[in-house]
Design a protein around this ligand. Structure first.
Ligand SMILES: Cc1cc2nc3c(=O)[nH]c(=O)nc-3n(C[C@H](O)[C@H](O)[C@H](O)COP(=O)(O)OP(=O)(O)OC[C@H]3O[C@@H](n4cnc5c(N)ncnc54)[C@H](O)[C@@H]3O)c2cc1C
Length: 399
């Protein structure tokens, strides 16, 4: 069997390694010409880490990550509203870690089976018959495959070319910024005395305003990842050039002294990721011999911290199915297994997005229950609240 994997991101690299280990011949391509961006901060729960363990790279990934033991929501001024000690979930599932996407990508690229990755290669056309898929590349070459997998992200070219009805990303109604800042933790601590050192240095910290949110994610090496978003204004679009940095500073200028510190350390506009929040919800993830994986099939809001883990789980399941069944049976089996796993995760991220950015008339104390799991008022045991149970179930579920 010969498989083309278009897109060497988190899911594509995982799938390529797993298929090759299973004796399947693959071509792995990406339209990028180099990998020079460290990318945004990414958290990985135990379920994503189990796939990395299966790939044999969990130790390498963890050595480039920071362990998270707290999760705190504050109001826009920085006053804590809810806080959760993650140790129970960490004990049960392995600790939650936070790292830069580029670090995870480096480790996956370093897997020996991924050495033949071809960069700067795009697809112009896809045509399929009952027995194979003809792929015409942008450089004019033509190749035939038994299967093609679109692991090419939220704006998937494979999805556009091979699916008759190809609904793409749907706007969520908010716009976000992500960047990495180097700020001494001690100056953040001095800026906000209502938070403890552990909450800032080893914890995820989220400031929730009425329809704005500012998240701070500790990384190794004294770095902090920032992801923040606000509801879109009528007619607003993503900004290019220096305006994207100006809009970031203006949008969160009133969020108190700790956020002020992180805004003061924002890099130049070119190093800031800025895009509207979008999701891909599709019922069809395959068309005969062409399948979709990861964000191409089901891009989700970043608030659940599960997009990369879902892409890696997809890779594990699709590799199992392609190793055990002919292509035309493998894809439907893969989709059946994955839809019931992915949709609840996608839904949970959406509910959190709504609580953060769209439910401004509901009191913050109630909205924040969607983010932080343990509600002290209803505490009756180690796994007392529904949110903690939701997360526990999502992390422990089989892919
Ligand atoms: C700000 C932000 C924060 C996030 N936080 C988290 C988090 O905390 N935890 C988490 O798990 N997830 C998080 N995510 C989501 C996560 O990054 C994605 O879900 C994950 O990277 C999806 O993997 P993928 O392999 O499907 O796609 P990607 O990793 O996006 O890879 C797609 C690849 O396809 C390539 N490509 C694109 N178009 C073409 C083409 N036409 N031809 C060939 N190649 C192409 C790209 O160059 C890229 O290499 C976050 C996302 C964002 C934007």
């Amino acid at each position: 069997m010969r498989v083309l994997i278009a897109g060497a991101g988190i899911g594509g690299l995982s799938l390529n390694a797993l298929l090759r280990r299973g004796g399947i011949d693959t071509d792995l391509i990406d339209h990028a010409t180099s990998w020079n961006r460290p990318g945004h901060a990414l958290c990985l729960f135990g379920n994503g880490q189990r796939i990395l363990a299966a790939l044999g790279v969990l130790g390498a990934v963890r050595s480039r990550a920071h362990e998270i033991v707290h999760y705190t929501i504050t109001d826009a001024s920085g006053a804590p509203v809810r806080s959760m000690d993650m140790s129970l979930l960490n004990e049960r599932h392995g600790s939650l870690i936070q790292l830069q996407r580029g670090a995870l990508h480096d480790v996956l690229r370093g897997i020996p089976e991924n050495a033949d990755l071809r960069l700067g290669v795009g697809i112009r056309a896809i045509a399929q018959s009952r027995s194979d898929v003809e792929v015409r590349f942008e450089n004019g070459e033509v190749e035939w495959y038994d299967a093609v997998v679109g692991a090419d992200g939220i704006r998937s070219r494979v999805r556009q070319l091979a699916f008759e009805r190809a609904p793409g990303p749907r706007p969520f109604g908010a716009i976000g910024w992500a960047y990495i800042a180097k700020v001494p933790a001690v100056s953040l601590l001095r800026a906000e005395e209502r938070l403890t050192a552990a909450q800032i240095e080893d914890g995820i910290l989220e400031f929730w305003g009425a329809d704005r949110y500012f998240g701070i994610y500790p990384l190794p090496g004294g770095l902090f990842g920032v992801y923040c978003a606000r509801a879109l204004r009528p007619g607003e679009r993503a900004l290019r050039g220096p305006e994207r940095r100006d809009a970031l500073l203006a949008s969160f200028a009133d969020f108190g002294p700790l956020v002020e510190q992180l805004l003061a350390h924002a890099p130049d506009a070119a190093s800031i990721f800025h895009a509207p929040l979008e999701e891909v919800w599709r019922a069809t993830w395959h068309a005969n011999r062409v399948g979709l994986l990861g964000d191409a099939a089901h891009a989700m809001l970043p608030f659940g911290g599960m997009g990369a883990s879902m892409a890696m789980e997809d890779a594990l399941v699709l590799s199992e199915e392609l190793r055990q069944h002919p292509v035309r049976r493998a894809f439907p089996r893969y989709v059946r297994r994955r839809v019931r796993r992915v949709w609840p995760v996608q839904f949970n991220a959406r509910m959190k997005g709504i609580a953060m950015l769209r439910a401004k008339h509901i009191p913050l104390g109630v909205r924040s229950l969607q983010g932080v799991m343990r509600d002290p008022a209803s505490f009756i045991g180690p796994y007392a609240t529904w949110q903690e149970r939701v997360l526990d179930a999502l992390i422990s579920a089989n892919p």
